[in-house]
Design a protein around this ligand. Structure first.
Ligand code: C2E
Ligand code: MG
Ligand code: MG
Ligand code: MG
Length: 292
């Protein structure tokens, strides 16, 4: 009898894991058509000056508008995306969405500033990432300086580091600013910081969350801010949720950031209807002559 219970338990356990495996593989299967069905949408999170909260630009963050499950954050589906072709399709959808919105905002007189696109390593080991962005820019008659890119430290684990460097160099030739995302949580060595053409270091929000709680994280933040400054790179902090975090970062010398304290990622419609007006980037309302 005991054996049978055990067995039953084992079966139940298996069924549960089977169910979630099925769910995952179902998700992975529908993911393959998501780009074709226009299910990827872009949300925007402002980058602001920490001193005054002034608007500097945006980061584009993809969401999957799943027909049954609703809006999914990248954490729920990026790990299922292994096929570089699918990654390319998603990135094309993001780049086109960004350029379409940016074009409309410019035409309406809003000063958006550059928009950062997260580029995965799979699109940096060849020309694909560059071509995808180039064609979106062409399609909407924008310029390279309208976009920036963010890459994570994963690129340094890649055995094609040379090719990734070549890819980054192509962006740099167009004066596209490149940020190292989630700095301090991955595989970048100081050699990489020296040899790869980054303009910006983004302090991972894990460190920011520790401000006021863990003095070791605070010291690491100070060192990262100093390192960026000494290397002549911009320093941007992610995930700022409290005024205490912002004040610490400012005091440490970090002038730019993102986080719920200022704004959560929002759809393009909300950027246009609320954020531009609230952040004083609505040229029409203020009637001031601002440089292009
Ligand atoms: P990331 O590039 O480091 O983006 C920052 C993440 O932190 C975003 O999560 C954002 O919503 C979240 N965040 C921003 N401020 C706060 C805050 O104050 N508190 C907290 N708790 N979180 C905050 P999200 O949108 O879920 O994106 C997760 C990751 O997915 C991104 O991390 C990025 O690595 C990846 N990702 C997002 N969009 C794309 C994309 O279009 N392409 C690629 N390849 N990856 C993307
Ligand atoms: Mg990013
Ligand atoms: Mg980040
Ligand atoms: Mg992060």
């Amino acid at each position: 009898y005991a054996a049978k219970t055990e067995r039953n338990n084992a079966v139940i356990f298996d069924e549960t894991s089977l169910a979630s495996r099925l769910e995952q593989s179902e998700l992975a299967a529908t993911l393959a058509c998501a780009a074709d069905r226009d299910e990827f949408i872009v949300h925007y999170q402002p980058k602001v000056g920490l001193r005054k909260g002034d608007h500097l630009g945006f980061e584009a963050l993809v969401r999957w508008n799943h027909p049954k499950l609703g809006l999914l954050a990248p954490g729920a589906f990026l790990p299922l995306m292994e096929d570089p072709r699918l990654i390319g399709d998603m990135t094309r959808a993001v780049a086109r969405g960004v350029c379409r919105d940016l074009k409309a905002w410019k035409e309406a007189g809003f000063l958006s500033g550059p928009i950062a696109i997260n580029l995965p390593e799979a699109l940096l080991i060849n020309e694909n990432g560059f071509e995808i962005l180039a064609s979106a820019i062409r399609e909407y008659d924008l310029d390279w300086h309208d976009l920036t890119i963010e890459v994570t430290e994963d690129v340094f684990l890649n055995r094609y580091a040379e090719r990734i460097l070549a890819s980054m160099t192509r962006f740099r030739e167009q004066n596209v600013s490149i940020a190292l995302d989630d700095f301090g949580t991955g595989f970048a060595s100081l050699l990489h910081l020296r040899d790869f053409p980054f303009d910006e270091l983004k302090i991972d929000r894990g460190f920011v969350a520790d401000i006021g709680l863990d003095s070791r994280s605070e010291q690491i933040i100070r060192a990262m801010v100093d390192l960026s400054r000494n290397l002549g790179k911009r320093c941007v902090a992610e995930g700022i949720e409290t005024e205490a975090q912002r004040d610490f970062l400012l005091e440490a010398g970090c002038e730019i950031g993102q986080g719920y304290l200022f704004a959560k990622p929002m759809p393009g419609s909300e950027v246009k209807e609320r954020w531009f007006k609230q952040s004083g980037t609505d040229r029409r309302r203020h009637g001031t002559e601002l440089p292009d």
